[in-house]
Design a protein around this ligand. Structure first.
Ligand SMILES: NC(=O)c1ccc[n+]([C@@H]2O[C@H](COP(=O)([O-])OP(=O)(O)OC[C@H]3O[C@@H](n4cnc5c(N)ncnc54)[C@H](OP(=O)(O)O)[C@@H]3O)[C@@H](O)[C@H]2O)c1
Length: 285
């Protein structure tokens, strides 16, 4: 372990576990049940003891639909937890890196349909999205160095705490021989966790600050994503495109929350992001 390592919260989740893998000896990963970001005293003691040079917060309440029924639990993790981490980082002069989401643009409308840039004004709808946007505001208002990385549609290698991602769900349904219905009117950027983690590590190690969108290139609907999975695998499945109206969910889902990764892509020396199709092909090999 290095003298001032990078602390990764949520280290057993989808993104956190990949960041730990990539950063190796330079990282210390922590997660529930040993480390709870809502426990202010524990957060302060652990960060004071470790004196990390940066904290990457991937810990989050990510159950988007369940959040509608337990908003207090969601806000305790996604907002109060972030406030605890920010204060502890400030006390030891550690950089704070917050992972955020395309859902902060769920209620935003542009005059034309184009991907959202870092300078576009977010408008969140729903408990999860609102909590993530409020966390961004806390980070922006905090003293000290910080970075906000927004990403979307994550999938990648299995993680100990992750309930599974969209690709796993599609494969499970196909293996069960189920008819699969997927919405074709919600646009996003499927993003491959190893590529996102590599970009975050670069941003942290190169001392970048501010807000960055980190996604694979391109855009598609969830149906388009599902179709590509099965085409790449050469699998015949009973896959039907449906509309959001045909597939109601407890929480609001954005019709268009595509992130523009151009700011990241203009950085000299950055690890390049692949198209979402090439990234998916890498994952499925
Ligand atoms: N997945 C996506 O498609 C996506 C898209 C855009 C942005 N994001 C953002 O990316 C980040 C990482 O997402 P992910 O998909 O990797 O999430 P994930 O797989 O759900 O991992 C989150 C981790 O945080 C832990 N955690 C929850 N509450 C905690 C607490 N109070 N204290 C400490 N750890 C806690 C979870 O443990 P338990 O499992 O035991 O609760 C889990 O290990 C999140 O900020 C998320 O909002 C994700």
């Amino acid at each position: 372990m290095s003298l001032h390592p990078i602390l990764i919260t949520g280290s057993k989740g989808l993104l956190g576990s990949e960041l730990c893998r990539q950063l190796g000896q330079d990282a210390v990963g922590i997660d529930l049940p040993e480390f709870d970001i809502t426990d202010r005293g524990m957060v302060a003691r652990r960060i004071e003891g470790l004196r990390p040079r940066a904290v990457i917060n991937t810990a989050a309440y990510t159950a988007v639909d369940r959040a509608e029924d337990e908003p207090n639990v969601c806000w305790a993790v996604n907002v109060a937890g972030v406030a605890n981490l920010l204060d502890a980082c400030c006390a030891v002069d550690a950089k704070f890196v917050q992972i955020s989401t395309d859902y902060v643009f769920g209620g935003a409308r542009l005059d034309e349909r184009r991907p959202f840039c870092e300078t576009d004004v977010p408008l969140a709808l729903g408990v999860y999205a609102e909590s993530k946007l409020e966390a961004e505001r806390l980070v922006e208002d905090a003293a000290g160095e910080h970075l906000i990385v927004r990403t979307s549609g994550l999938y990648g290698p299995a993680a100990e705490h992750s309930a599974g991602n969209f690709v796993d769900t599609m494969l499970r349904l196909a293996d069960a021989g189920s008819s699969i219905r997927v919405v074709d009117d919600q646009w996003t950027v499927p993003s491959y966790v190893p590529h996102v983690a590599r970009a975050i590590a670069f941003l942290v190690n190169e001392s970048h600050c501010g807000t960055f969108h980190v996604v694979n290139f391109g855009q598609t609907t969830w149906y388009g994503f599902a179709r590509e999975i099965f085409e790449l695998l050469g699998r015949e499945v009973d896959l039907t495109a449906v509309s959001t109206a045909d597939y109601p969910t407890r929480a609001w889902r954005p019709a268009y929350s595509v992130l523009d990764g151009g700011k990241y892509d203009s950085l000299p020396g950055r690890p390049a992001m692949a198209t979402w199709q090439d990234a998916l092909s890498t994952h499925l090999k």
